[in-house]
Design a protein around this ligand. Structure first.
Ligand code: GDP
Ligand code: GDP
Length: 478
């Protein structure tokens, strides 16, 4: 059930025009002649994601104020029953008439919240009429021009707090979330098709799809061989030479849980090596990584302890995060690292500085040669996949949201407070959120970062790349 918005006003103020504007179709008859009898018309409207049903009432066609009370009573049940808000429309050019006052008086006795709309507000000629509106006792009017489509975003601002209470807003927000999730699923399906893979929805079980990426000589092949415990990559079948990568399914014995866990490794480096392409290897590290990212849930960026963190490593790391994959960094060749703790802290610091998207990417010290640290790294890879796939229940999410806003309220640029109303998680893998509110285009990025960091730290997403979209009412008719 959509919330219902009812348009009320004397003839010729522009009710039908506003109705058409909001419904986006020419459904109602617009006529210059006052008193053209119309049926009550209903249509589905949407302003910037806020969906409602809008009803255009006939019923005040009779200009004679004296005969009005009877007619109004007649109309009460039909028009206002079930309405969540009434838009009382007046004509700013004509100013407030006796009939407007009668209607306002009557409306004030009703239960329904009223938003006063000063139509025909384009141009300076409308100003006196807009000021007159205050006498009706509904507070600030919302100046709009139904004909030109101006002021609809302001109308949204007024409607949202009313329709936005509780269930109604939730339904509207969830309808949008559903729509977004549908689009995201379609993207995932397309990507799977491109890779020639079967699309499976939101699996957390199934083999962990893990890619090891990094610059040449970081030790990727050695690491994979070590994990597989065989010389498979260098001596294996010719499969893959003409393709860019191969996938290897294997079982890792998880010593902590003492059980076998499925991992599907993607390897690009071993193949490169076999095909004896030695030039442009640096460049290929990036394109290989890109390829692996398409495939993987979790990507391990392998560094060489004797080389440290270089620009290209950050480039690969950023790419992984931009693609929304869970990223881990492992410093390899730890067996020959000098000043181990200085190195570790240096890389920790450089990663936090260099990766704007995520603070605290999981960092491990490993040795492909000795096998040190590999079990810890793999067990963390399973954990980060959990976070990456997690969905926070909407109620818990909004409890957190309310607390976050209370602890640090959004700013009020030029004295007008930015309103943040609701958050919903529209997707996982990576986790995606939408925040609904008004005037969000004025929200400083620092505040957005405050929220994103809060989601990560307080809702258990940690170093997973989290996406947050802001939904704000632009003028939807532009
Ligand atoms: P209703 O009787 O309240 O439904 O009014 P209508 O929608 O039929 O509009 C009455 C007249 O006002 C028509 O001639 C419209 O073109 C005109 N009108 C509606 N909205 C605007 C507006 O925003 N600006 C101006 N200047 N005229 C408008
Ligand atoms: P790739 O280009 O990333 O696949 O790197 P390779 O696996 O071919 O390794 C490059 C070189 O580093 C080889 O000489 C490896 O023996 C060596 N290497 C790889 N891992 C380690 C390690 O953990 N410790 C040491 N000391 N050397 C390593």
């Amino acid at each position: 059930m959509l919330p219902q918005v009812i348009i009320i006003g004397r003839p010729n103020v522009g009710k039908s025009t506003l109705f058409n504007r909001l419904v986006g179709k020419k459904l109602a008859l617009v006529d210059d002649q006052p008193g053209v009898t119309r049926d009550r018309r209903a249509g589905d409207a949407e302003i910037a994601g806020l969906k409602f049903q809008i009803v255009d009432t006939a019923g005040w066609e009779d200009d004679d104020a004296a005969s009005l009370p009877g007619r109004m009573r007649q109309q009460t049940e039909m028009s206002l029953a079930g309405a969540d808000v009434a838009l009382m429309v007046v004509d700013s050019r004509a100013g407030i008439t006796t009939l407007d006052q009668e209607i306002a008086l009557w409306l004030r006795q009703q239960e329904v919240p009223v938003v006063l709309v000063a139509n025909k507000a384009e141009g300076r000629g409308a100003l006196p009429g807009i000021y007159e509106c205050f006498q009706l006792g509904f507070g600030d009017p919302v100046p709009v021009s139904a004909e030109h489509g101006d002021g609809i975003a302001d109308l949204f601002d007024s409607l949202w707090p009313i329709l936005g209470e509780g269930e109604k807003l939730r339904e509207a927000a969830e309808a949008i979330a559903k729509q977004e999730a549908k689009i995201a699923r379609q993207h995932a399906r397309d990507a799977a098709e491109d890779l020639g893979e079967e699309y499976v929805e939101e699996i957390v079980a199934g083999p962990l799809k893990l890619a090891i990426v990094g610059r040449p000589n970081a030790g990727k092949s050695t690491l994979i061989n070590r994990l597989l415990d065989e010389e498979r990559l260098l001596t294996g079948p010719e499969a893959g030479i003409t393709r860019d990568s191969i996938a290897i399914d294997w079982q890792w014995h998880d010593p902590k849980a003492d059980e076998a866990r499925e991992i599907r490794l993607i390897d690009t480096a071993g193949i490169r090596k076999k095909s004896r392409i030695t030039d442009k290897l640096e460049k290929m590290a990036v394109s290989d990584a890109r390829h692996a990212i398409d495939f993987a849930e979790v990507v391990v960026l392998l560094l060489d302890a004797t080389q440290g963190l270089e620009h290209q490593d950050l480039k690969i790391a950023s790419m992984v995060l931009e693609e929304g994959r869970a990223l881990m960094v492992a410093i390899n060749k730890w067996d020959i690292a000098e000043d181990a703790s200085g190195l570790f802290n240096g890389i920790r610091h450089a990663l936090d500085e260099g990766l704007a998207q995520v603070k605290g990417v999981p960092l491990f010290a490993v040795s492909a040669r000795t096998g040190k640290g590999l079990d810890t790294m793999l067990s963390a890879a399973f954990e980060i996949r959990e976070s990456w796939s997690r969905r926070v229940p909407t109620a818990a999410l909004n409890r957190w949201f309310d607390d976050a806003l209370e602890a640090n309220p959004p700013p009020a640029p030029k004295g007008r407070r930015i309103k943040l109303r609701y958050i919903t998680q529209v997707g996982t893998r990576p986790p995606r959120f939408v925040i609904f509110g008004t005037r969000l285009d004025a929200l400083p990025t620092s505040y957005e970062r405050y929220l994103v960091n809060g989601i990560r730290r307080e809702l258990g997403f940690e170093a997973v790349p989290v996406r947050v979209n802001l939904k704000s009412p632009k003028n939807p008719f532009v």
